[in-house]
Unconditional design. Sequence first.
Length: 180
Amino acid sequence: MNEHSPVARPIGLPLDFEVFFQREQRAFLTLAASRLRDRRDAEEAVLEAGHRMHAKWERILAHVNPEAMTYAILNGVIVDFYRREVRNSRVQPYAEPPDTAYLQELRSHECLDLALEKLESAAPLQANSVRLRHLAGLSYDQIAERLGTTPGAVKSSTSIGLQRLKSIMTTGSCGTSGEE
């Protein structure tokens, strides 16, 4: 875009990046923690996403759906997080095993994580809708803004996503019908 093209300034995001990031930081952190499962990694991913958002702030404000663009940036950072860490050699390819208390704490999340990964590979909108609704606690309207869709589509994808998650978890190795 150039200075001569008409761009409608969308309403919804404050012009000041700091105000926006303070307002959305908790939701960003909740989403990142639900996918990365480690608070420190989630905080680092959110800070990296914030850095990218700050660099693209003018483009975000000019976007048709600025909140969807910020969540797309955050999702991109989350996807690339561990690959980048290994590439930068700050994380060993083979991490030291955590203590048993940490493993016991995460044990209940393993089936859900595996099911969400499987759902995300088949239906990313459904997986993101379920994460944002039930793990981040956002309303359907908020999710629709962040994913660039309508509240009706979010309700539908959340409902179908929950049904598919239930099916995946009950027929998979973590479900009640699977062998242990």
